[in-house]
Structures are given as C-alpha cells and as structure tokens.
Design a protein around this ligand. Structure first.
Ligand code: CP
Length: 322
C-alpha cells in the first residue's frame, strides 16, 4: 500500500481487519517495524480520536509522530494551481508538500469540506495536491468526502462483534443499517459516504441506508445498498445500527428537516434484532442518540473509538512493509 485515502487503496479488506485484530491482541509485536521512521500528522481541522489513536498506533510500531496543527498554527496554504497569491494564502502546497516529504516517511492529513461548493469539495483538491507533491505515502485522517480510517475501524468493530455473537447471524449476512440522525448544524457527508463505500466493498452485509427525503448521498458510494425513507422499516431485524447525521448532498451542504423523531431511542431499538449501536463520535447526546441508548448495553461507541488505534496501526504497518 502506498497511500490510504479510500477503500480503493486496500487490496483485501478482511486481511487488513485480521491484521488490526492481531495488533489488538499484541500491540507491540511489530514495535521495531517503524524504527527511525517519522510520521507527520497535519491537521487543518479539529480532532480528538483520529489524532490520538494514530499517534499511539505509530508509537507502537516504533515510529516518531509529529503533530502539526497547520490550520491554526501554520502558514495559510494555497492549493489551486496557477493561483495568484495576492490574498490570504501565504505558501503553496507545491512548496509545502515536498518540504514535508523531506522531513517525514509518511504524511497524514485531515481536512474538512467547505460545504459551500460541492464540485470543489468532491474534487478532493487538498488531499490530491498532497498526493501529487509530497513524494511520500499519504494517509487520510478524513478528507472532504471520506473518512477511511473510521470506516476500517467500523468494519473491524462489526467483525469483532459478529465473532462474539453466538447466533444464527454467524451463518448469514448481518443486517447493517446506516441511519441519518438530527443535528444542530450542517455536517459533512464523509463518514456516511465512507461507511457506505466500505460496507459495499466488504460485501459481508445486507446493507440498508435510511434517511429523510432530500438527504440522498452520492450514489457512487451508496450503490449496492437498499435505500429507504422509512426508518422504522429499515430498523426491523437490524443487527447493527450506525447512527450519523449528514447535510444535504444534492442542494449541497444544507439542513432541510431536522425531525427529532429520527433520533435513535430505546423505543426504536426495540424494532431491531437486539442491534449493536455505532457512532463515530463526537456525538450530540439526546439529539442524535438518546442517553438511554448511549449508556445502554447495546452501545459499541467507546469500543469502536478504541478500535481506531488498531485500524491505524494495520494501515501504517502495511505502508511500512510496502
Ligand atoms: N471520529 C473521529 O474522527 O473523531 P475525531 O474527529 O475526534 O478525530
């Protein structure tokens, strides 16, 4: 693997999941793989889980990790080709990326979408410019449209939960439901796009996406899933419910309706096959999910966040070996 920005960079999802679970059993088994190697982690946007789990993963492989909050502490970067830099941007990615490429062995980047111009966001200009100019492997810590380390974590968490479930689901595909949830502000589509892309590529599930009308996601990620506007129907017999808000894709970056009926509660959970509940975090309690669900026995959210370390470790190891 020479970059990790989408599921398309992964040859064998199950093998990567197995590698991650092996690191979970024995975190230091490859603690010299990254010796005298350095990872740079650039944040143009805030993070807690992605930042800390990737640092921990790198350290467990013997790597030095350097975090640079470029969005708040660095020079304002320009990404457009042939830009006339007479505005606020100070340094072009054409210089910044190759300079960082000399300091590090792997470069990781977090950028969010503007949610103002869909074509710009979906062109993934920022991460693509780093891939073009850095000259070293690039790992996405979440980009304008995708969050691959989160999605790998999600498949790891589902695989792990399935393994410990002594039920008929071991012999048939689990029903995985991605449900839209209300939120107080417009959020990117990244986590939902990415989860759909990974579950479809994984192929190990009966996959359903439910959302209110007008919240369709980009079909290039959802193709293969059953899509319904009826949340109750979708939840029936679900084995896993993944809760996430996203803003509109078609009339880009908006909140149309914010019906609190879409919040996942114990009453809704009763429709499922005792489903496990997932969310990438951070979560708005009693807006997206009720306290009773988050604090209840079905919630996997902190296990899921814990698994971020093993996903990152498996990906970094694969790049180091490559
Ligand atoms: N899920 C996730 O990416 O969390 P952070 O934004 O805290 O990194």
């Amino acid at each position: 693997m020479n970059k990790f920005v989408s599921v398309k960079d992964v040859r064998n999802i199950n093998a990567l999941v197995e590698s991650a679970l092996a690191y979970k059993k024995d975190p230091y088994k490859d603690n010299t793989l990254g010796l005298r190697k350095r990872i740079g982690m650039l944040f143009l946007n805030p993070s807690m889980r992605t930042r800390l789990s990737t640092q921990v993963a790198a350290q467990q492989l013997g790597m030095d990790a350097v975090v640079f909050n470029v969005g708040s502490e660095g020079w304002a970067l320009e990404f457009e080709e042939e830009a006339i830099m007479s505005g606020n941007t100070v340094e072009h990615v054409k210089e910044a990326a190759p300079v960082m490429g000399k300091y590090f062995d792997i470069l990781c980047i977090r950028t969010f979408p503007s949610l103002k111009n869909r074509d710009d966001d979906y062109s993934e200009l920022y991460i693509n410019q780093f891939i073009k100019y850095a000259g070293i492997p690039i790992v996405s810590l979440e980009s304008a449209t995708l969050h691959p380390l989160q999605s790998l974590t999600d498949i790891i968490t589902i695989t792990e939960a399935l393994g410990s479930r002594q039920s008929a689901t071991a012999h048939q595909k689990p029903r995985i439901v991605l449900t839209w949830a209300p939120h107080v502000k417009p959020l990117p589509q990244c986590v939902a796009n990415s989860f759909a892309q990974w579950v479809n590529a994984w192929g190990g599930a009966d996959f359903v996406i439910t959302h209110p009308e007008d919240y369709e996601l980009d079909p290039s990620f959802t193709q293969g899933a059953t899509i319904t506007h009826n949340q109750d129907e979708a939840l029936k017999n679900a084995d896993f419910v993944y809760v996430k808000n996203w803003s509109t894709f078609n009339d880009y970056g908006k909140i149309y309706v914010n019906d609190p009926e879409w919040m996942l509660t114990n009453k809704k959970l009763a429709l499922t096959n005792q489903a496990k509940v997932m969310h990438c975090l951070p979560v708005r309690r009693n807006v997206e999910l009720s306290d009773e669900v988050l604090d209840g026995p079905h919630s996997l959210v902190t296990t899921q966040a814990g698994n971020r370390v093993w996903a990152a470790q498996a990906v970094l190891a694969e790049i180091l070996k490559g």
